[in-house]
Design a protein around this ligand. Structure first.
Ligand SMILES: NC(=O)C1=CN([C@@H]2O[C@H](COP(=O)(O)OP(=O)(O)OC[C@H]3O[C@@H](n4cnc5c(N)ncnc54)[C@H](OP(=O)(O)O)[C@@H]3O)[C@@H](O)[C@H]2O)C=CC1
Ligand SMILES: O=C(CO)COP(=O)(O)O
Length: 364
């Protein structure tokens, strides 16, 4: 569907926001696919967007052509956009800051510029990953590095490639502070983008990171053409496994019923627009992992998250057969066929463990 015929496309230029009456100064950190998509939504909602990236050439292109061709070819950002490589300038007037820096660089970037954040400034992580050291989520890094700011997390079924075309999308803002939740809903919400609220920061954030692992598994399943029953089995068992893990670490199980849980799992496990899915697909077709990642040229957080979750699951004793199987394939040289066979012939357990505990299933 073209941008002009799309149902959500009630507006085609800036200053046409439905939900936010006034113009706000907003910062977006990270000039990749998702930073670009969020900067576009915010500009179209009529806000002044201070857009930080590290590449001066990209800044020049955005200033001259209003495009970011490396990450979002053919997408123009209209409205009040101020691209820059100068971090302090980005934050100086911003009421709220959205951070779309990959997890591997997240702490370094925030720490290097911690002094530029103001007390009480709202800082929202858009990043779906985990830090190796201490198994930290991005909101925990923000809490440690810039503790005087007000922190939130945005996560949900949010493929950047669709958002930039104004395809109908919903997401979740998770924050303890109701003012943070309301502000994000007002700034981002419009006729193609809806923002739902949650207070379970840990669950929302962890599900965003975990689903990337299962998107790789799903991509592999698609490459092998395992069938529709298998696709449903994989998706449902992925949800069971990721919620088992997250709940055992303190997340609210109900979060997995929402957009940030099942919603994001569905979109990334069924769409070739997902980079994680594409990596799994390529490996399923016989590519080496390094080649699949190099070919992608963008971040696929699941590759890295898999290692951390496998380690963590083993250290705290959580049963995660899909994580283990994917790890064996990607890092242990196991054949996909052997792993599938191992999974299919393992002990048959309970379906919904929150109703019937896993350990009781075999006793029925
Ligand atoms: N794309 C999507 O659909 C969605 C992505 N996300 C999440 O958003 C986060 C960012 O992903 P996305 O934008 O897609 O990734 P991309 O691969 O599209 O872009 C990565 C961006 O991060 C920048 N970057 C990398 N390292 C550094 C660093 N040390 N300092 C400054 N900038 C750096 C890159 O800059 P450079 O070009 O100079 O290397 C680039 O602008 C990820 O955690 C992802 O899971 C969440 C929802 C949807
Ligand atoms: O998180 C995403 C969609 O919600 C994007 O997924 P990928 O990083 O796999 O492209």
């Amino acid at each position: 569907m073209s941008e002009t015929t799309r149902p959500g496309n009630g507006h085609t230029s800036a200053n046409t926001s439905r939900s936010s009456d006034s113009k706000h100064d907003v910062a977006v950190l990270g000039g990749g696919s998702f930073g670009t998509a969020m900067a576009k939504v915010l500009c179209e909602n009529g806000h002044r967007v201070h857009f930080w990236m590290r590449d001066e050439q990209q800044v020049q292109e955005l200033k001259e052509n209003r495009t970011n061709s490396r990450y979002m070819p053919d997408v123009r950002i209209e409205g009040d956009l101020l691209p820059t490589t100068r971090f302090a300038e980005t934050l100086a007037n911003a009421e709220i800051v959205f951070v779309a820096i990959p997890s591997k660089a997240f702490r370094d970037v925030i720490r290097a510029h911690a002094g530029d954040f103001r007390p009480n400034q709202i800082v929202i992580s858009l990043t779906k990953g985990i830090e190796r050291e201490g198994f930290r989520l991005m909101s925990e890094i923000l809490q440690e590095e810039i503790p005087r700011t007000r922190i939130g997390v945005l996560s949900g079924p949010n493929l950047a490639a669709e958002i930039v075309n104004r395809e109908l999308t919903a997401t979740v803002i998770a924050a303890k502070d109701p003012d943070v939740r309301r502000t994000v809903q007002e700034l981002l919400g419009c006729d193609y983008f809806r923002v739902y609220a949650n207070v379970d920061i840990y669950g929302v954030e962890l599900s965003g990171a975990l689903k990337n692992i299962y998107a790789i598994v799903a991509g592999m399943g698609a490459a092998l053409d395992l069938g529709e029953n298998a696709r449903a089995m994989l998706l449902t068992r992925s949800l069971a496994e990721m919620s088992r893990f997250a709940v055992s670490l303190g997340a609210n199980p109900m979060t997995f019923m929402g957009l940030a849980g099942i919603g994001d799992l569905v979109v990334t496990c069924t769409s070739s627009k997902s980079r994680n899915f594409r990596v799994g697909y390529a490996v399923g077709k016989g590519a080496r992992l390094e080649d699949a990642v190099a070919e992608l040229g963008q971040v696929a957080e699941g590759i890295h998250t898999l290692l951390l979750v496998k380690e963590k699951a083993e250290s705290v004793g959580i049963y995660m057969p899909l994580v283990r199987g994917l790890y064996d394939i990607l890092y242990g040289g196991a054949s996909i066929k052997a792993v599938i066979n191992g999974l299919m012939t393992a002990v048959q357990n309970s379906d919904v463990e929150f109703i019937l505990p896993r350990t009781l299933a075999g006793q029925r």
